[in-house]
Ligand binder design. Structure first.
Ligand SMILES: Nc1nc2c(ncn2[C@@H]2O[C@H](COP(=O)(O)OP(=O)(O)OP(=O)(O)O)[C@@H](O)[C@H]2O)c(=O)[nH]1
Ligand SMILES: [Mg+2]
Length: 485
């Protein structure tokens, strides 16, 4: 890839559409194409077609014809020119919006090849933006994610990262490390009376503060990932408990089959639910029981596998035949049975939904209400549901509450959230080096050794932002991006 070539690509989606956008980048791209631009007839004034070339200036839009080498009109297009450095890539950039017919796009691309331009590699525009100092690597990655995110949180996190918050925060941490490093370096060669007395303990405290920050930066990747994917809610219960009815009520569609026959649901049914910008993946499952039915048996196995992956385990229990006075005990018993069969040891959140409230005897109703208000009850939070009265609002609120409690880092808009495994790897390497340096200070190691470990830590942070990177590594990162971006 030569950074001086003129490159082009269709930046809009392939296929038939109202408009297509072809982007060209590289020094002198306008001069190259200018002889193929013609003034079009004004659709408002009907002014005559002129053979004059269109005059394009910096960041100006012009409407006109694009003609082929033989002078025939390819299409009437909108030309947007952005002169260096005021473009996405930092180079002269011309964007051609034509009609979105694949034949027209192919003809334009053939013309561009014919006049010496070449097809851009995936991510090459962004790579040029990076090489021209328009973006750091974390922002380039953010742009790629902004295009690919398929959840509300994914878009929000990518947007946040395009502001450069990851780079800013990482630079701050790096500067703090360098200050401490300078302290240790100062004590390598100089006598104590020149640089003051050597106080490693206070430096260790500073390092511990940085350690906390680097750790929360590294940890932010996992919580960001959960936000992007959505918290997995698994509904677990006996056959006929009302799982599928609750599931449908939450989604607002008849997604799962509901019948009065126990053992209706066999496959795990999966769908997404968005509550106030928070993503959840809801999994309805087969009711758990001993069975000889071969199909149901497989269904139960699938349920138990899904339960192991749950971020929120939602016990769905039909309490209609439970004893009001022994309710708490009976619920605990039921839950421990379900838990034992699911063998979940994941420390996800749990909640109970008690179903069929329209059928509850009044004594049971009173006891359930009492228990669900009781914050120190010895069972997970309880919420009530009935497919008839559909009190799904309460269930949604509980989901949200758990979401907020689980994904603290992502909610706090001031703290950066790492968005790629590459970034997390670098943060973890930096974390390891800071930990090592803390141990060295504790052991009373030589200042030069501590300083060199801190150099290493700061290098990992620099690499996180992408300021040091071999060409191979960079090409590898950008090649996973879209063509035309
Ligand atoms: N009266 C009443 N009936 C309900 C309520 N919720 C569910 N049911 C009924 O209970 C029966 C079982 O409901 P489902 O939602 O299929 O139960 P499930 O837990 O998915 O059952 P399986 O798929 O067999 O594990 C159906 O006849 C529902 O109409 C409710 O709130 N009130
Ligand atoms: Mg069901």
């Amino acid at each position: 890839m030569s950074p001086t070539d003129l490159i082009f690509a269709q930046s809009s989606a392939k296929g038939r559409s109202a408009l297509a956008l072809i982007r060209i980048s590289g020094k002198g791209c306008l001069q190259k194409i200018e002889r193929y631009l013609r003034r079009a007839v004004s659709t408002t004034t009907g002014t005559e077609l002129s053979s004059d070339a269109l005059v394009l200036k910096h960041a100006l839009a012009r409407y006109g014809f694009l003609v082929d080498v033989d002078g025939t009109i390819i299409d009437d297009c909108l030309f947007n020119f952005f002169g260096e450095p005021f473009s996405y890539t930092g180079e002269d950039t011309l964007e051609i919006s034509s009609h979105g017919n694949p034949y027209i796009v192919a003809r334009i691309q053939a013309l561009l090849r014919r006049i010496g331009m070449r097809d851009a590699e995936p991510g090459e525009f962004t790579q040029r933006a990076y090489l021209n100092g328009k973006l750091d690597l974390t922002r380039a990655e953010a742009i790629d994610q902004l295009i690919h995110a398929d959840t509300a949180a994914g878009v929000a996190l990518a947007r946040k990262a395009t502001s450069g918050i990851i780079a800013t925060h990482t630079h701050e941490l790096r500067e703090q490390l360098i200050k401490i490093m300078a302290y240790f370096e100062a004590h390598i060669d100089f006598a104590e009376d020149e640089v003051g007395s050597y106080d490693a303990v206070s430096q260790k405290q500073q390092l511990e503060l940085i350690h906390v920050k680097v750790r929360s930066l590294a940890d932010s990747y996992a919580s960001g990932m959960k936000m992007r994917e959505g918290l997995k809610v698994v509904f677990l219960g006996e056959p006929n408990a009302g799982k599928s009815s609750l599931y449908n009520a939450l989604l607002g569609t008849e997604r799962a089959i509901v019948t009065a026959i126990p053992g209706t649901t066999r496959d795990v049914v999966e769908d997404r639910l968005l509550i106030n910008g928070k993503d959840f993946v809801l999994l309805d499952t087969a009711g758990v029981r001993e069975t000889h039915d071969q199909i149901e048996k497989i269904g139960v196995e699938r349920t138990l596998r899904a339960a192991k992956e749950a971020d929120i385990l939602c016990y769905v229990i039909d309490p209609v035949h439970m004893n009001a006075s022994a309710l708490e005990l009976e619920l605990k018993q039921k839950i421990s049975e379900l838990k034992a069969s699911a063998q979940t040891n994941k420390s996800g959140a749990e909640l109970i939904v008690l179903t069929k409230s329209d059928l509850w005897p009044s004594a049971l109703s009173e006891r359930i209400n009492e228990l669900s208000r009781q914050s120190d009850a010895h069972v997970p939070p309880i919420t009530l549901s009935s497919s008839q009265t559909a009190t799904v609002g309460d269930v949604r609120k509980l989901f949200e509450k758990i979401y907020d409690a689980t994904l603290v880092a992502g909610r706090n808009s001031d703290s950066p959230v790492l968005i790629s495994r590459r970034q997390q790897d670098k943060a973890l390497l930096a974390l390891g080096a800071v930990e090592h340096a803390i141990d060295m200070v504790a052991r009373g190691d030589f200042p030069e050794k501590i300083a060199s470990t801190l150099v290493l830590a700061s290098q990992h942070l620099t690499e996180l932002v992408g300021e040091i990177g071999t060409e191979d590594v960079l090409a590898n990162i950008f090649s996973s991006f879209c063509i035309g971006k």
